[in-house]
Design a protein around this ligand. Sequence first.
Ligand SMILES: Cc1ncc(COP(=O)(O)O)c(C=O)c1O
Length: 465
Amino acid sequence: MTISLLAALLRQNHAVPLHVPGHQRGRGMEPLLRALWGTALAQDLSELPALDNLAQPTGVLREAQAAVAAVAGSDRAWFLVNGATGGLLAALLATLNPGDRVLVGRNVHRSVTAGLVLTGAKPVYLGVRVDPQWGLPLPVTKEVVAAGLAAYGDAKAVVLVSPTYEGLCSPLVEIAQCVHEHGLPLIVDEAHGSHFRYHPAFPVTALAAGADVVVQSWHKTLGTLTQTAVLHLQGERIAPERLSQALNLVQTTSPSYWFLAALERAGYQMAQQGQEIYERLLRWVNRYEWPLPRWQAPGIPQDPLRLTLGTWPIGLTGFELDELLQPQIMAEFPSGRSLTFCLGLGTTQAMLETLADRLNTIYTEYRHHAPLAPLSLPPSSNLQESPCSPRDAYFCPQVSVPLKSALNQISAETISPYPPGIPTVIAGERITESVIENLQYLKELGAEMVGAADPTLQTLRVCKV
Ligand SMILES: Cc1ncc(COP(=O)(O)O)c(C=O)c1O
């Protein structure tokens, strides 16, 4: 893989930068920031003649994107500077028209539901089973996708997340085949699986499984900067021009060249050293026996670098264990009954050692505590149609009502605990008893809830009907 973008960026050595950005190669930057970020500020540039233009790439950016597509195994790749979020919005905008029916995993990230607001598509949610011991959602199954396709002959696309935040994967090979037999495109949010291609111990990639559009949040697992992600296309079910056009609707006209060059170089790192790096990391990771159970679901492919440990056996919530580990150890994602750690390119043996020691100490202290009782979950249906589309709910006249009075009304807002960003309620859905209980439970746990007009959740915005 060539790295022409970074080389072009480093060649920019003009001494009189009379152009944006305003700090003009660091000269005008506030002194503390200049001291912190130093010479790298000289590369914080915009669309200079030799640097191409992300909105219509014909030069070094086009080459860099083509190189990343080749490394990742797609036909075409687009660099994203607004995270996987921008890619998911564009994927939906390129595929769906207002009023189109679309099958969407109910465990998708809130950026997909934002895409439903933008497109005006009508979702049918594909149900996910929540494990009562772990309180975590399992991936969408092939049977549920097949049931959705059989019941909704007018569907225009299928949108799934795989892997889940905890690293569990849907059977994408079978699902892609089934979706394609119905002549539809499969869009996969592979935000947490950008590294899968670079070692055979990882689950099959969405692209290798046959997905048409795949969005990878490179900053989550690869060696690049926060906000950087990649949108991939393969095959001919979706026109590349539509994706380019849609991305130009949702992305900035001034992308950071730090971001763009970081993506190119992260692709280069994977092409050159990916297998070797992961070989070493997996050897270390596999050595450890954790004192708490590890989230594994029989028959479901799983990312070995996503470590979700159950906290219920020692009577702790994930939030409580998280607090006990801080400030030295910072985990990724606490839930009511587990804590998830992201192991990755920067993880060392010493870090794993520290984690294991600390967990063993905590386990010894808490092991006689009564375990948390399994959850009693209401039955969930495989296919869920909302009374109203997310777009209609977003734009309809709305009113704030006390939480309890929202029962049976239609939500005008999408509210999610963050992380993981899977909505507890999506705009357009009916607010059931279990939605209210879940919102209260998450609030009590101390989860950060995003999307609500009233962050205290004492009131909810509902559609005025
Ligand atoms: C499954 C999933 N999809 C999409 C996103 C959005 O990614 P980004 O933060 O890169 O925009 C996230 C972020 O947490 C996510 O977990």
